[in-house]
Design a protein around this ligand. Structure first.
Ligand code: ACO
Length: 307
């Protein structure tokens, strides 16, 4: 059996924090943030909102759009770097919220977490172990940010996205590719519960690595860049996204961009972008979609799929 996406969902907190709002918090400007990152605003959760509560809302949306029942889900994977607590896992909290009786676990691969989760789910489906996997990317980065550090607090936002991946005879996930290289761990980490990033150095490695990842993904499948209908990249920085689009000779019209409105929601960014483009009708049945991400670890990966 193949693994096919049969439903998508998303949730963004109602509260919006604009670049102008940030000008009153740190020494920054709307112009600087837009020019360097493409970000105009981000969503920030209310104090009562948690990673699991956002994951629950995105999951309900995804299960509804998949037109299945909660009982049909036989595996739950949550990609997050901002779990509600060390344990129980956010996936177990979600499982209880949804009253689903299925194994549930978290995956932590920073901004690449959703790609890792898709790759794991694909293998569970291909081996016949699972039939309907709920895969969620959910993050509450507002808790992790040092709101006095202008080099990081302007970059991130909160939210959750979800998909249901199901066993189907027709083509779905064509291939998935996951990687890690721990030698760069000090360029982007969380110490004393706050993010530290050498942004410029991360930027260079991200652009080079994503370029090689595109080659690897296409070569593995004997495909040409012209076979790709849509790029749905991790949303860290519009300049990184544009470099990836250029590598694929894609115009920005074939790239799903949400970084301007969501900022970087880490593991949630790809499922949120995918959900948006599926629901507004841009992504259509049978199109070939490339998902790709890069994040702390470093970790990076791609999923090529037929929608
Ligand atoms: N407002 C105004 N000035 C700022 C701000 C700000 N918010 N932040 C930094 N600056 C200043 C710096 O102090 C520096 O000033 P200086 O020249 O006087 O020293 C100047 O702007 C340039 O700083 P750089 O860090 O070199 O700026 P750069 O163009 O590299 O942009 C950015 C920074 C946006 C962070 C970029 O490097 C980037 O996007 N990096 C990659 C991020 C990424 O992909 N991370 C991986 C995923 S995240 C994850 O896994 C959790």
């Amino acid at each position: 059996m193949n693994s096919k996406i049969i439903g998508t969902g998303g949730y963004l907190p109602a509260k919006v924090l604009t670049n102008k709002d940030l000008e009153t918090i740190v020494d920054t400007t709307d112009d600087w943030i837009i020019e360097r990152t493409g970000i105009q605003q981000r969503h920030i959760s209310e104090p009562g909102e948690t990673t699991s509560s956002m994951a629950t809302k995105a999951s309900i949306d995804a299960i509804k759009s998949a037109n299945i029942n909660n009982d049909d889900i036989d595996l739950i994977i949550v990609a997050t770097t901002t779990p509600d607590m060390v344990f129980p896992s956010t996936a177990c909290i979600l499982q209880n919220n949804l009253k689903i009786k299925a194994p549930a676990f978290d995956v932590q691969a920073a901004c690449t977490g959703f790609i890792y989760a898709m790759s794991i789910a694909d293998n569970y489906i291909r081996t016949g172990t699972s039939k309907n996997v709920l895969i969620v990317g959910a993050e509450k980065y507002s808790n992790l940010l040092d709101w006095s550090d202008r080099s990081t607090c302007v970059l991130f936002g909160d939210g959750a996205g979800a998909v249901v991946l199901s066993a189907k005879p027709e083509e779905g996930i064509i291939s998935s590719h996951i990687h890690a290289d721990g030698q760069y761990n000090d360029l982007l980490d969380v110490k004393n519960e706050q993010i530290r990033m050498k942004g410029n150095e991360v930027f260079k490695v991200a652009v080079n690595t994503l370029s090689k990842l595109v080659d690897e993904t296409l070569e593995k499948n004997n495909m040409d860049k012209s076979d790709i209908d849509w790029l749905v990249p991790h949303q860290a920085n519009l300049r990184i996204i544009k470099a990836a689009a250029k590598k694929l000779s894609l115009s920005l019209d074939q790239v799903v961009v949400t970084v301007d409105r969501h900022a970087n929601t880490s593991a949630a960014s790809i499922p949120l972008a995918l959900n948006e483009a599926v629901k507004d009708g841009r992504i259509k049945d049978d199109q070939v979609i490339l998902l790709e991400a890069f994040g702390s670890g470093f970790t990076w990966g791609s999923v090529l799929l037929r929608y």
